[in-house]
Design a protein around this ligand. Structure first.
Ligand code: FES
Length: 151
């Protein structure tokens, strides 16, 4: 008689706390009737994943042309694909809600499980995240970058 097939440990390497967070987030999203409710994750994110009011990011000089800058405190990533054209994305990882911590060579990196996103488009370059970073409206007004719903 043969013994049963061995279990596959690789499928359960994620900490159970992350699963609980995801489940709790899903429950909250359902209860609130919102599809994009932000949840606290291991990275310490809090509040909504995207701004609900205008956010003043100051002068745009720190956003390189062809590059991007992380505004970690405001939880936003702003890129400038071409001179004077700005794009902003939530810096809250779509995997489990950590705030990304690095923008390098056009890639936004999440410290929690290694997801990477394209800083110019928000698209996932490397999982486990399956959804792009949500785009946030951004404009230049009075020499300042303003991000948020009214931008
Ligand atoms: S929260 Fe898991 S990769 Fe970002």
């Amino acid at each position: 008689m043969t013994s049963p097939a061995p279990e596959t440990p690789a499928a359960s390497t994620e900490p159970s706390a992350s699963r609980r967070t995801v489940l709790r987030c899903a429950a909250l999203a359902g209860a609130a009737g919102l599809g994009a409710t932000a949840c606290s994750g291991a990275g310490g994110s809090k509040g909504p994943a995207v701004p609900t009011a205008p956010v003043d990011l100051g002068a745009p000089a720190d956003v390189p042309v062809g590059g991007a800058r992380l505004y970690r405190e405001q939880r936003l990533v702003v890129s400038q694909p071409a001179q004077g054209q700005y794009k902003a994305f939530s810096a809250v990882c779509t995997h489990a809600g950590c705030v990304v911590d690095k923008v390098e060579n056009g890639k936004v990196s999440c410290p929690c499980h290694g997801s990477k996103f394209d800083a110019a488009t928000g698209k996932v370059l490397q999982g486990p995240a399956g959804a792009p970073l949500p785009e946030v409206r951004v404009k230049l007004a009075d020499g300042k970058l303003i991000a948020g719903p009214d931008a």
